[in-house]
Design a protein around this ligand. Structure first.
Ligand code: HPA
Ligand code: ZN
Length: 326
């Protein structure tokens, strides 16, 4: 059996994908041209050459600059279509897609433009790409809890269009517990809850995501391996982690892939899933992450099947929909 084929063909869910991080340079330049925006890069190759990051912030600087070209519903529709086309080739059958409302509203793009644009693509994702989809709105933790609350108020009239809320952007210095009130309101509104924690930030942030925010899944969570009690808790309660191996290497959270803690997570009984995070920036879509851990960490076919099954079990689909995919 062809290992790359296995990684590609396994039916899987992708649970940690920032749609703005799926903006390939070609589409960025096309949107820039259409919208009369000058990108501060000579061309597609020049932009790609800058995808050399020293930490999370160095990536976020480029990520927020790049998405400035997204202005119209059409831009967001083409962005989602571009992701779905790639995801289909990678065996994705279900995707829970993050977007960053504040990253758009702060630069004058209406929330309805973002949602209408994304939905024009996602509404027919099943028919066109064989992929069911959900949206998760993330708060930018470095913009603080008050702005998160105002963003939640703006989202509330659209609550039926999203399945959950999350927390992302710069982590160090921005602990999850500051967002307790907005996450509590999101729970009352019937939304699912996730948060980035333990990507660059300490194990304490993962504890807070669990105990203060009450998240259903932890995004990244890799620094939980530094705290044995925390790791046992995550394993005992089967709180899924959305691990993004290629992202962790590109953002230097992990020095090389063969040093990644994924084997330790698996050995401890954690429900780990594999995801791409920002596939246009980190050198691979989701199946590329499956192949990479197979190649560099020695995971076999059985382990890859388990990652894929975990992803479906950890999704926010109803039980019937999950069973159809398993
Ligand atoms: N971490 C935090 N925020 C993000 C990321 C990430 O990996 N990608 C896009 N926003
Ligand atoms: Zn992320």
């Amino acid at each position: 059996p062809d290992p790359a084929g296995m990684a590609l063909s396994l039916p899987k869910a992708e649970l940690h994908i920032h749609i703005e991080g799926a903006l390939e340079p070609e589409l960025a330049f096309e949107c820039a041209r259409r919208n009369g925006i000058l990108l501060p890069y000579a061309d597609v190759d020049d932009l790609r050459r800058r995808y050399d990051f020293s930490n999370l912030q160095s990536f976020l600087d480029l990520y927020y600059t790049g998405m400035n070209v997204l202005r119209t519903t059409r831009d967001f529709t083409e962005l989602a279509d571009s992701y779905l086309a790639r995801a289909r080739e990678q065996g994705v059958r279900h995707a829970e897609i993050f977007f960053d409302p504040q990253a758009h509203t702060l630069r004058g793009v209406e929330l309805s433009t973002v949602l209408d644009g994304l939905e024009a693509s996602l509404a027919t994702s099943r028919e066109r790409f064989g992929i069911s989809t959900r949206l998760i709105a993330c708060f930018l933790r470095d913009r603080g809890p008050e702005e998160a609350m105002a963003t939640f108020d703006a989202l509330l009239p659209h609550a039926d269009r999203i399945t959950g809320v999350g927390l992302d952007s710069a982590e160090s210095g921005y602990p999850p517990d500051a967002f307790a009130a907005v996450f509590s309101r999101a729970r009352e509104a019937g939304l699912s809850l996730v948060a980035h924690a333990g990507e660059e930030g300490p194990p304490e942030y993962v504890w807070q995501a669990l105990d203060v925010l009450g998240v259903d899944r932890v995004d990244h969570g890799i620094r939980a391996v530094e705290d044995a009690t925390l790791l046992r808790r995550i394993a005992r309660d089967q709180v899924p982690l959305t691990v993004c191996p290629l992202s962790n290497v590109r953002l230097r959270c992990v020095s090389t892939l063969d040093q990644h803690c994924l084997p330790h997570l698996v050995d401890t009984g954690v429900s780990a899933t594999l995801n791409s995070d920002d596939p246009a920036y980190f050198g691979g879509y989701v199946a590329d992450n499956y192949s990479a851990v197979q190649r560099e960490l020695g995971f076999g076919d059985t382990a890859l099947r388990e990652f894929a099954a975990n992803s479906i079990r950890a999704s926010f689909l109803g039980q019937d929909e999950r069973e159809q995919l398993l």
